[in-house]
Write a protein of this length. Structure first.
Length: 443
C-alpha cells in the first residue's frame, strides 16, 4: 500500500493541540512527529493552517437498511458521513425487519461490507420477546444492545417490566436506551388531538413528547442499571432536567453515561416556526434553556458522548400532517461542521469536540484501534479547513436529499477524510471506493 505524509498540521488529540506531521502507512498511522521527511514515492499533503483530527465515531445512526432503502441505505448515508468527517458509524436496529437476533445482525454486516464508506458496527435490538437472543449475544459482534424504553420510529417498544429487568440483568454488552415514557406521551397527544385533529402545529412537539416523559424514563433506566450494575448509556439527552441524574467526570470508570446529539445543541423551540417537521424528532428539540444547559453539560463532562441520531425521512413524509409526519432528521454530513461552530463561539474547544465525538465512543464501546491519533491505530482522519461553507441542498449526499442546515454558513469545512488510510473525501467529492471495515470490539 502507498503511504501519505501529512505535514505542518495542527493535530488535536487527547486534550492537546500541537503542530506536527503524521505518516499514513498500510492503512495505519505509522508515525507522528515533527519535521518528518518524505520518502520516495510518498504522497505529501501540506496541511498548514488546518486541524487534523481522528475521524469522528457516530454511535447513533439510522441508515435504514434493510427494508427502508427508498429513503436511505448504507452506501448513501456512509458517503454523507465521510464527507462530514465521520469515519465510523454504529447503526440502529429499527430497520425492517428489525435487528433482533444474531442472523439479522450478520446480515447487516454482510450488506455493509464493500459498500460502507465508513467503518461499521450494528446494534442488536431488544423487544418484549427476544431475551434469549440478548443473553446469547457474542459481545464481540455488536457495540451494544438498543432498548427503546419509549416508542419511536418502528415498533420496538420494550415496556414489559419483567423483560426490561431481565435485559438489564443479563445483557453482555453496554445497553443503550431511548428514554421517553410512552403512556405520558400518549396522554399529551390525546389532549392536542382533541384540539387540533391531525394537524397539530409542530411547535407543540416538545409539549407532547415532554420533558417529564424524558425524565421519568431516564430515571427508570438508571434505577435498573443501578440494581444490576449494568453498563448503561442513555442516548440523546434533550433536557436540562435530566442532567442532574448523571455524574460529571471522565468517562473512564463510569457505569452510567449520557449522550446528546448535535441538533439539541444547534436548534431549539424557536426553530419550529421556520423548520416545522424538518426538526421533528424523538425526543423532541426543546427550549433555549435546555440547549444552553446541554452545551454546558458537554463542556463540564456531564454529557460523555456527542452523536447525531441521523434519521433520514423523505420530504414527502415530512410534509404530512403532524400525526403522520415521521420523526428524525439527516445529520451526519454536517454534524462536525455544526459542532465546530461551538468552538468558534467559544463554548467548546476542538479537543473537547474530539473527546466527545471520537475518543469517548471508542472507549465506551471498546472499539479496537480507532478514535485516536496514535501510532499503530487505523488511519481514520479528518482535516478541517477554517474557510466558510454554506450548506446547499445540491451538496447533500444523504438519499433523502435535504438538510436542516440548508442556508446556514459554517466557519469550517471538511477538507479531507481518510478511512483506513485511504482518502475518501477530498473536500469537494468522494474519492475512490468504499473502504469501511467491520469494527472489532476489544472485549
Ligand atoms: O427522531 C427519531 N427518529 N427518533 C428515534 O428514536 C428514531 C428515529 C428514526 O428511526 O426515524
Amino acid at each position: 500500500m502507498s503511504s501519505t505524509l501529512i505535514v505542518n498540521a495542527r493535530l488535536v488529540n487527547e486534550g492537546r493541540e500541537y503542530d506536527g506531521d503524521l505518516r499514513i502507512e498500510d492503512g495505519r498511522i505509522g508515525q507522528i512527529g515533527a519535521g518528518l521527511s518524505a520518502r520516495g514515492g510518498e504522497t505529501v499533503v501540506d496541511a498548514r493552517g488546518r486541524r487534523l483530527l481522528p475521524g469522528m465515531i457516530d454511535d447513533q445512526v439510522h441508515f435504514r437498511e434493510p427494508g427502508l432503502e427508498y429513503k436511505a441505505d448504507m452506501a448513501t448515508e456512509s458517503a454523507a458521513a465521510v464527507a462530514g468527517g465521520l469515519t465510523t458509524f454504529m447503526d440502529m436496529p429499527n430497520t425492517s425487519p428489525p435487528t433482533l437476533d444474531a442472523a439479522a445482525l450478520e446480515d447487516k454486516y454482510r450488506r455493509a461490507s464493500g459498500r460502507a464508506w465508513g467503518n461499521f458496527g450494528f446494534y442488536l435490538g431488544a423487544s418484549n420477546d427476544n431475551l434469549a437472543a440478548i443473553q446469547s449475544l457474542d459481545p464481540r459482534t455488536a457495540p451494544g444492545v438498543k432498548v427503546f424504553m419509549g416508542a419511536s420510529t418502528g415498533n420496538m417498544l420494550v415496556d414489559d417490566p419483567v423483560t426490561l429487568d431481565a435485559i438489564f440483568r443479563d445483557v453482555p454488552t453496554p445497553i443503550i436506551t431511548h428514554c421517553e415514557d410512552t403512556p405520558m406521551i400518549d396522554a399529551e397527544l390525546a389532549v392536542y388531538k382533541a384540539k387540533y385533529g391531525d394537524d397539530i402545529p409542530a411547535r407543540f412537539h416538545p409539549d407532547i413528547r415532554s420533558r417529564e416523559a424524558c425524565k421519568k424514563s431516564t430515571e427508570l433506566a438508571i434505577s435498573l442499571a443501578r440494581r444490576h450494575n449494568t453498563r448503561l448509556h442513555v442516548l440523546h439527552i434533550s433536557t436540562a432536567d435530566e442532567l442532574a441524574l448523571f455524574q460529571a467526570g471522565p468517562i473512564e470508570g463510569k457505569r452510567i453515561t449520557a449522550e446528546t446529539c448535535i441538533h439539541f445543541l444547534r436548534f431549539d423551540r424557536e426553530d419550529y416556526e421556520t423548520l416545522g417537521h424538518l426538526i421533528k424528532c424523538n425526543p423532541a428539540i426543546k427550549d433555549p434553556a435546555d440547549r444552553e444547559a446541554l452545551i454546558r453539560a458537554v463542556a463540564e463532562d456531564v454529557i460523555d458522548v456527542l452523536a447525531t441520531d441521523h434519521a433520514p425521512h423523505t420530504l414527502e413524509e415530512k410534509a404530512r400532517p403532524y400525526t403522520s409526519a415521521p420523526s428524525g432528521l439527516p445529520l451526519v454530513q454536517f454534524a462536525l461542521n455544526a459542532a465546530l461552530e461551538l468552538v468558534h463561539e467559544g463554548r467548546l474547544t476542538t479537543a473537547q469536540v474530539v473527546d466527545k465525538f471520537a475518543h469517548a465512543p471508542a472507549k465506551l464501546f471498546e472499539v479496537e484501534n480507532r478514535g485516536f491519533l496514535r501510532e499503530g491505530y487505523a488511519a481514520d482522519l479528518v482535516l478541517i479547513d477554517d474557510t466558510p461553507y454554506t450548506v446547499q441542498r445540491e451538496d447533500v449526499l444523504s438519499k433523502c436529499g435535504w438538510s436542516p442546515f440548508e442556508g446556514r454558513t459554517f466557519h469550517s469545512r471538511i477538507a479531507s477524510t481518510w478511512v483506513n488510510g485511504v482518502l475518501a473525501w477530498d473536500g469537494m467529492s468522494l474519492v475512490g471506493a468504499p473502504n469501511g471495515q467491520r469494527l472489532a470490539f476489544a472485549r
